[in-house]
Design a protein around this ligand. Structure first.
Ligand SMILES: Cc1ncc(COP(=O)(O)O)c(C=O)c1O
Length: 434
């Protein structure tokens, strides 16, 4: 039992965990008989899941969890032998690489050569295709256009000085996509399509990954309803598309943001915790009004009382009150940002005190008046860390202190950058090499 626990810890640290359904297991392993361990209970140190049984062959170890079999083995072997998902691949005849100005990358305007398309039809996933990036036909009756049964994700891939291609916490995006899918009544996207699909796509278009400060390849998965039917109900058919765009810094200067006290992005019981397309469409009008007043972005407040700050645009929000990093606690109205989680983890590891709790607008004003409001910043994949210079609230203006190298946000941004580029040890196991 002791040896087993030790082995389990090693697995969780060094090997990729792959979830396979029982039907997939049958497909790969047929009726081979495995020896089961004796009713031991193991707890995964990352997911906190406990597993019901353990068994192993001389080469591979397995754990059974609910309806899934978890296989622990060297990742590359898994990719090659067990988990080589079939993709139909059609490569472009005319690359657009020469048309990309890598010295002047604007967010989300130029696209790599290929995209992945996977359709869920008649209750099952078809073989995913990787094909030239391009337009596709859409029927006017396509369900997603009518009722916004449509979700998306966003993640970045980095190339370091050695030319290594590095993914940052890819599995977190896969998990969140399926949290969003569940909320929007859509079938889950299998891990092998999402993760293997992104890896394959990035490998094919690796020439589009820029390297250098603040540069990366942004990966955009979109997933939407495709029934040709306008009845108000969940679609039966869906499409996943994944495409990529080489990208540079998101914001070029510290932001001027307005605390919104009338319009809401989301409410308890709504879809705020999902990356649902409609959440963003609904935010444009209030944001446009704030822009007309000279702001670049909004800080959303809670829908019930407009008293507590929630997020800023498409970013989570953080403050430094003196030397404490304070951020709104997660709730059903906020998106659980992967950058937010990474920053909290990093801050704690650097000995910075972190508080996740409700933050009222009154408290922000009070802390400012007391000289304790040192920093405010948005955090998200696209911008990573976006410092806020000015906060507007009901005609009042809060000016944040000038940014200094000693700022918590700067220290953490630097640390994160070092992990992402491989300059520092990845002790959290966030990076994965292609
Ligand atoms: C509403 C919203 N909040 C927060 C975030 C930050 O999330 P992440 O750090 O995972 O990019 C995003 C971006 O995905 C977002 O759209």
């Amino acid at each position: 039992m002791h040896a087993l626990k030790k082995e389990k810890l090693l697995f969780a640290h060094y090997f990729t965990i792959i979830y396979l359904s029982r039907s997939t297991i049958a497909q790969y392993f047929g009726n081979k008989v495995f020896t089961f361990g004796s009713g031991c209970k193991c707890v995964d140190i990352k997911t906190k899941c406990s597993y019901q049984s353990y068994f192993s062959t001389h080469k591979t170890s397995f754990l059974v969890y609910k309806t899934h079999l978890l296989i622990f083995k060297n990742k590359l072997d898994l990719d090659r032998k067990i988990f080589s998902m079939d993709f139909k691949i059609e490569l472009t005849e005319e690359s657009r690489l020469n048309t990309v100005d890598f010295s002047n990358l604007v967010f989300g305007k130029v696209f790599s050569d290929h995209m992945l398309v996977a359709d869920f039809e008649n209750g099952k996933w078809n073989t995913p295709q990787i094909k030239p990036y391009g337009k596709f036909l859409v029927a006017p009756s396509m369900s997603a256009l009518h009722h916004a049964q449509s979700i998306f994700e966003g993640l970045k891939v980095y190339k370091n000085e050695n030319g290594d291609i590095l993914f940052f916490r890819l599995e977190e995006n896969q998990k969140r996509l399926n949290v969003s899918a569940e909320r929007m009544c859509m079938p889950a996207v299998p891990k092998e399509i999402f993760i293997q699909g992104i890896k394959k796509l990035v490998e094919i278009d690796k020439a589009f990954i820029p390297s250098g400060d603040g540069l990366s390849l942004y990966v955009r998965p979109i997933y939407f309803a495709t029934d040709e039917a306008i009845g108000v109900k969940a679609s039966q058919n869906y499409r996943l598309i994944i495409f990529t765009t080489p990208t540079g810094p998101f914001y070029s200067e510290p932001l001027k943001v307005k605390i919104e006290t009338h319009y809401s992005r989301s409410a308890e019981g709504g879809t705020g915790y999902a990356k649902a397309a409609g959440n963003y469409g609904g935010s444009f009008y209030p944001t446009k009004k704030a822009m007309e007043e000279g702001f670049q972005q909004l800080i959303w407040t809670d829908a019930k009382e407009n008293k507590y700050v929630e997020e800023s645009g498409a970013m989570n929000l953080m403050f430094a009150f003196d030397d404490v990093l304070v951020t709104p606690s997660l709730s059903a109205s906020k998106l659980a940002g992967i950058t937010r989680d990474s920053i909290i983890t990093l801050a704690k590891s650097l000995g910075i005190k972190v508080e996740e709790r409700n933050i009222s607008v009154d408290e922000i004003i009070e802390k400012h008046e007391q000289g304790k409001l040192k920093e405010a910043f948005g955090v998200g994949t696209a911008a990573v860390i976006a410092p806020i210079a000015i906060i507007g609230y009901k005609g009042q203006t809060i000016n944040l202190p000038a940014i200094a190298d000693t700022n918590i946000s700067r220290i953490i941004a630097l640390e994160l950058q070092k992990i992402r580029t491989g300059q520092t040890a990845d002790k959290f196991g966030w990076m994965e090499k292609l």
